[in-house]
Design a binder for this molecule. Structure first.
Ligand SMILES: *Cc1c(COP(=O)(O)O)cnc(C)c1O
Length: 358
């Protein structure tokens, strides 16, 4: 009898032929990717569009709880291949959580510049837990990213924000998985837009599988910024971006041009949704689909609803909403947006039946 090694297939080895790697690239993996594509149950009917075939790509089930792990496995693997000893990122949360985890896995130091305030508790907890060196700066995300670029120019640290070219290359694998799960391309892809890297990455993935003949079409890309930080929609950088959706609270998106091209070339559109629309969608996902995503992630569903109502998305089509991050990262939000009465009742059956109404 011979022992076989456990079959743990990393994202990079699975899609190596489509990624900038060689057999010599050391793979740093935490079991990222291969996330579920779950079909909606009651939501299409509830929204008044019963013929819509709606799917959710649950990216919150990645190892650090967001799609950022897809790009980070590649960025950190390449950093190791190129003999880096430290990495740095500016982050409102998920990038730092992912960078810290993969850097630690690879034995690299990780520096994180956090914009002051406006980061979600669970994400900072992750970066601390994975041993990153955190520095909070008195400035917003855009300022933090500027500083990271300056440090990257002058010091021996590798930048792992999405300006790192490997990030988007890794992230495009999510499009491959959507196609493999459905057996074809969906008609529409709805996705939150912050730094605009992810929409660009999905477009690359869909376009590639279309070009090599795996599918006969590519989805129309519908991206959604938060209204208070909708730089692309307004056609100008936003000095002081504001939204409860902290992961997309970005006033000057790094992948602006590629994202715009992704929407236009695919026949889709980049639009904005209000915080109220985002929170409504966030609550709906929990209460009608059993899905707990981040508020930022719910921008995809808020946008889908907006575009269905506006006739910009056909009511009998197939659509995938990318739910980019795990709701557990913002554990305080549900109690803020729902009315819950947690005052204690007497610990006896009668009292209990009375409050339960049965
Ligand atoms: C990073 C992030 C986004 C925004 O993605 P971009 O590539 O910056 O447009 C959206 N949602 C979550 C949960 C994220 O972590």
């Amino acid at each position: 009898m011979h022992k076989t090694a456990p079959q743990v297939l990393s994202l990079i080895s699975k899609y190596a032929e489509f990624l900038p790697v060689t057999l010599d690239t050391p793979i740093v993996s935490l079991g990222e990717g291969n996330t579920p594509l779950v079909e909606a149950s009651s939501l299409p009917k509830k929204l008044g569009f019963p013929n819509l075939r709606l799917y959710f790509k649950l990216e919150g089930l990645n190892p650090t709880g967001s799609f950022k792990d897809r790009g980070m496995t590649l960025a950190i693997s390449k950093a190791v291949e190129e003999n880096a000893s430290a990495v740095i990122c500016a982050s409102t949360g998920n990038t730092s959580a992912s960078a810290a985890a993969f850097a630690t896995k690879a034995g690299l130091d990780c520096f994180v510049l956090l914009p002051h305030g406006h980061v979600a508790l669970g994400k900072v907890a992750q970066a601390i837990h994975y041993g990153a060196r955190l520095v909070q700066i008195k400035g917003n995300f855009d300022r933090a990213l500027q500083l990271v670029k300056e440090i990257g120019d002058k010091c021996p640290v590798t930048i792992v924000n999405s300006i790192n070219p490997y990030r988007l290359e890794g992230q495009k694998t999510a499009a491959f998985e959507v196609i493999e799960a459905l057996g074809e391309a969906p008609d529409y892809l709805c996705i939150p837009v912050g730094n605009a890297g992810n929409i660009s990455a999905y477009r690359r993935g869909f376009k590639l599988f279309h070009e090599i003949g795996r599918v006969t079409s590519a989805p129309k890309m519908h991206g959604f910024e938060a209204e208070g930080s909708a730089a692309i929609v307004q056609g100008k950088p936003i000095e002081n971006p504001e939204t409860i959706a902290t992961a997309i609270r970005i006033g000057n998106p790094a992948s602006w041009k590629e994202a715009e091209a992704a929407a236009v070339d695919s026949g889709g559109k980049i639009d904005s949704v209000t915080d109220e629309e985002i929170l409504d969608a966030y609550k709906l996902l929990g209460s009608s689909e059993g899905i707990f995503c981040e508020p930022s992630s719910a921008a995809s569903v808020a946008g889908l609803i907006k575009h269905l109502k506006a006739g910009l998305i056909q009511a009998d089509a197939s659509a995938v909403c990318v739910l980019t991050g795990n709701g557990l990262k913002d554990p305080e939000t549900p109690q803020k947006v729902n009315k819950v009465d947690l005052s204690p009742v007497e610990a006896n059956l009668d009292a209990l039946r009375k409050v339960m109404g049965i």
